[in-house]
Write a protein that binds this ligand. Structure first.
Ligand SMILES: [Zn+2]
Ligand SMILES: [Zn+2]
Length: 245
C-alpha cells in the first residue's frame, strides 16, 4: 500500500523526461499519475459492446431488450456476479493475445486500471481483497509473469483494494482451458485450487481477477476454494468475456 504514492512520484519523474506511449498501440499519449498508459482511442476500442448491457450474474453480453441470459440458463455460477470490460473480439482479442507475452505486462496493468475506472468503481459492493487466479509454475516461467496478478496490481493501484496474490494455489497442473472442449474444461479444473491465508479470508468480500471468462469453469472452482477457505462472497472481474468456447 505504501508503495503506491512512491510509484506515482516515480512515474511523474519519468514522464518529465520521456513522452509516455500507449501500452497497446504504442502511439504517444497523455500521462496519468498511475503509470503505464492507454490512449483515449484504445480505451474506447476496448469498451466494445455497443449495447453495453451485460448479464449481472455472468457478464454475458446481452442486447438491450434481452432480459434472460442464455449462458445462465445452462450454467450455474458459484460467484455472486461477474464484471467485464468488453467482449473477447477485435481489439480486446488482440490485447488478450498480447498479454500472453512478457512484453504485454504493462498492457495488463493498464487494462486493470481501465477495468476499475470504467466498471468496478460503479458497482455497489465493497471489497476487502483482490485475489488473482493463479497459473501453473510452468506457465509462469514460460510467460515470464502472471497475467491475472498483473491485472490485479493495476486495479489495486487505482482502487486501493489490497492485493492478496497468493491466496489461491494450484493443487496440480491443469491443461490450458482454451485448448479443451467445453465438457472437458469442468473436469480439468475440478478441485484444482486450494485457499491459503485462510485467517485473512474469513468473512471477507473478495474480488477474484482473471484475464478472460469463457465457460466459467475456472472461476467457479476458484470461487469454491475461496468460499471453502472462509470468504463471505466472491465477485469475478475479467478484462473480457468470451461468448463462444
Ligand atoms: Zn493506444
Ligand atoms: Zn448470465
Amino acid at each position: 500500500m505504501g508503495l503506491y504514492p512512491f510509484n506515482r512520484f516515480l512515474h511523474s519523474l519519468i514522464n518529465l523526461v520521456e513522452q509516455p506511449v500507449c501500452t497497446f498501440c504504442q502511439k504517444a499519449t497523455i500521462a496519468d499519475s498511475f503509470g503505464p498508459h492507454l490512449c483515449q482511442n484504445c480505451q474506447s476500442l476496448f469498451l466494445n459492446h455497443k449495447e453495453g448491457h451485460f448479464c449481472k450474474r455472468c457478464a454475458f453480453p446481452l442486447a438491450n431488450f434481452q432480459n434472460s441470459c442464455p449462458f445462465c440458463l445452462e450454467t450455474k455460477c458459484r460467484f455472486q456476479s461477474a464484471i467485464t470490460l468488453g467482449i473477447y473480439q477485435d481489439s480486446l482479442h488482440q490485447a488478450t493475445l498480447k498479454m500472453k507475452k512478457l512484453s504485454g505486462q504493462n498492457l495488463a496493468y493498464s487494462l486493470g486500471k481501465l477495468l476499475y475506472k470504467k466498471r468496478l468503481q460503479y458497482i455497489d459492493t465493497t471489497f476487502d481483497y483482490l485475489v488473482p487466479i493463479p497459473v501453473s509454475y510452468r506457465k509462469w516461467v514460460t510467460q515470464g509473469y502472471q497475467t491475472a496478478a498483473q491485472i490485479g496490481r493495476g486495479i489495486a493501484a487505482v482502487s486501493q483494494i489490497p492485493l492478496l496474490p497468493k491466496a489461491l494455489r494450484l493443487t496440480r497442473e491443469i491443461q490450458k482451458q482454451a485448448l479443451l472442449p467445453k465438457t472437458t474444461r469442468i473436469q480439468n479444473t475440478k478441485n484444482a485450487f486450494k485457499p491459503f491465508y485462510t485467517k485473512r479470508l474469513q468473512d471477507k468480500s473478495i474480488l477474484l481477477v482473471d484475464d478472460i471468462l469463457t465457460t466459467a469453469a475456472t472461476a467457479n472452482e476458484a470461487t469454491k476454494a475461496l468460499l471453502h477457505g472462509g470468504a463471505r462472497s466472491v465477485v469475478v472481474a475479467t478484462i473480457c468475456r468470451a461468448t463462444i468456447s
